[in-house]
Design a protein around this ligand. Structure first.
Ligand SMILES: NC(=O)C1=CN([C@@H]2O[C@H](COP(=O)(O)OP(=O)(O)OC[C@H]3O[C@@H](n4cnc5c(N)ncnc54)[C@H](O)[C@@H]3O)[C@@H](O)[C@H]2O)[C@@H](O)CC1
Ligand SMILES: [K+]
Length: 508
């Protein structure tokens, strides 16, 4: 599903009006009616319910007046609190139509905070039509801030029109203060702010209503952002006649005497996502740990301690179709030598996933990425801390920064997975958001599982970007399957990976 910014929404609206002769009024009418329908579907019939609609002065408020007028068809218990007189033609028209239908409007300036609080606390459902995608600056007006506080404190239930007021549609950030909705009904396509935190949390349940905007193909609009949903995800093809040689090997280079388990988690995860042969190349202790967990793993022991020559010798023997993961549990000691290993791996034609300490080592010389063959696929899987080191930008600047993920991927010719509660993937062309998963994945070791999972999918010949999309989605699903959220070790997520793949297959 495509995801858009407020500017893109305006463009779609403009083209709908000019190229398809669908007026702004029709769009607003359909937007308002779709909110009423969504409320009905979610909370049941209206005869015994009371409503208050908080309308701002723009078109979000205009939608609110349509909602109010339509609700009058079902119940008399409808009130509007207007925060500023409507300023656009179409909002004015709907304000007047609502009055003509006998609608009651209180102005916030006359009511004051106390009066507004009373009306809000008495209503069963508060409809938030203060600001939508037109919010273009911080809310710093004291009276407005207080009103939003009162809505959050005293409402029994809040339904936001388009987006919770105060949330920036382009990045999910709070512009001063914001409404916490129970339900948000947005129009046409979801906005980025619906999927990035805190906006994602403030939306409550999200519904996307069609309001008559033609498809992107018809509008000839190129949108480069998508939400990862099941329909388009690819799964590996495993023909009945296949044998272990049909698929590529996965080789995990990582682990150290300090971090023994991480590469083992990666390796076990690769097996569970379908890899046929998984090798762990590491120090003795890591090999022992790997063997004790699964004798089907193949271990290449490079000795008691990190040994760059042995590792180089091994890499020189590897065939072309192997998938490498480098970094889980590697530690950053001997970083110069480790950087030389990454360089060697970059110069091979093999697909390469760089994770964890592989990323920390790489951040010392990110320009190494430019030396790789342009047709070679390299996948980086940083969490925000690692991405901050890679980009030399502060944590605050890189977190959820989908544009940066896009630019970085384009500049270095890599696929980047910025892991977070909403993960962001880019291949330098498109940007994908993944919203599966929960706090069961916020655990040491879970990143290692993801890198192994991605390698397992690539070993079954999925295109790297497809493998990454499927991988992050399935990984999230596996996290959601933990019986009690958060009360698990990353190790236990391994058990849910096959079941998560099954669920994905069945949902398609
Ligand atoms: N784009 C579309 O295709 C459609 C848009 N519709 C509605 O139109 C909305 C967008 O309408 P608008 O562009 O008029 O914008 P909004 O109604 O979201 O807000 C704009 C108004 O708020 C003021 N404002 C912005 N930031 C403020 C701040 N921090 N403090 C105080 N005032 C502030 C602006 O000066 C302006 O008066 C959408 O969210 C949606 O609800 C719908 O009618 C359906 C179609
Ligand atoms: K709103």
């Amino acid at each position: 599903m495509f995801v858009i910014t407020s500017k893109e929404m305006k463009e779609l609206e403009k083209r709908t009006i000019t190229d398809f002769d669908i007026s702004e009024e029709i769009l607003m009418e359909r937007a308002g009616i779709s909110v009423v329908q969504a409320i009905w579907n979610e909370y049941g019939e209206f005869s015994n319910k009371s409503f208050v609609i908080i309308c701002g002065s723009g078109n979000n408020g205009g939608d609110g007046y349509v909602v109010a007028r339509d609700l009058l068809n079902y119940t008399e218990a409808v009130r509007v609190i207007s925060v500023g007189h409507p300023t656009t033609e179409v909002a004015k028209k709907n304000y007047e139509r609502y009055l003509k239908h006998g609608g009651i409007v209180y102005t916030y300036s006359e009511l004051g905070l106390e009066g507004a609080s009373k009306i809000i606390s008495e209503a069963d459902i508060v409809v938030d039509a203060l600001f939508g995608t037109g919010l273009n600056r911080e809310i710093n007006d004291e009276e407005l801030t207080k009103l939003i506080e009162v809505m959050n404190l005293y409402s029994k239930c809040i339904v936001s029109v388009d987006i919770p007021s105060g949330v920036c549609a382009d990045d999910g950030k709070i512009m001063g203060c914001a409404v916490q909705a129970d339900l948000t009904v947005t129009f046409g396509l979801p906005k980025v702010g619906h999927f990035l935190f805190p906006g994602r949390e403030l939306c409550g349940k999200l519904k996307i209503a069609k309001i008559g905007i033609p498809s992107l193909d018809m509008l000839t609009c190129d949108i480069n952002k998508e939400l990862i949903t099941t329909e388009k995800l690819r799964l590996p093809n495993r023909p009945r006649w296949s044998n272990k040689g049909t698929y590529s090997q996965v080789i995990i280079i990582g682990g150290s005497n300090k971090y023994i388990g991480a590469p083992v988690l990666s390796a076990l995860s690769a097996l569970r996502s379908g890899a046929s042969m998984v090798k762990v190349v590491s120090v003795s202790k890591v090999c022992q740990c790997a063997m004790s967990h699964d004798p089907a793993l193949i271990c290449v022991n490079i000795g008691e301690d990190f040994n760059v020559e042995k590792l180089e010798d091994f890499i020189a023997t590897v065939s072309k179709d192997v998938v490498f993961v480098v970094g889980p549990g590697w530690d950053t000691q001997n970083s110069e030598e480790k950087l030389s290993i990454i360089k060697k791996l970059l110069l091979t034609s093999n697909t390469l996933i760089i994770d964890a300490d592989g990323l920390n080592v790489l951040s010392q010389n990110i320009d190494l990425l430019r030396e790789k063959n342009s047709s070679k696929s390299v996948i980086l899987t940083p969490h925000p801390g690692e991405f901050s080191r890679l980009t030399k930008k502060s944590l605050e600047k890189v977190k959820q920064n989908y544009e940066l993920v896009h630019e970085f991927s384009k500049e270095y010719g890599v696929i980047t997975v910025l892991k977070d509660a909403t993960s962001i993937v880019s291949d330098g062309k498109k940007i994908y958001f993944n919203i599966t998963g929960n706090t069961s994945l916020s655990k040491a070791g879970s990143g290692d599982i993801l890198s192994g999972l991605l390698a397992g999918l690539i070993s079954q010949h999925l295109e790297p970007v497809e493998a990454v999309k499927t991988g992050v989605y399935v990984f999230g699903l596996a996290g959601e399957m933990v019986p009690v959220e958060g009360m698990n070790s990353a190790f236990s997520i391994l058990n849910y990976i096959p079941e998560a793949f099954k669920r994905l297959r069945e949902s398609k």
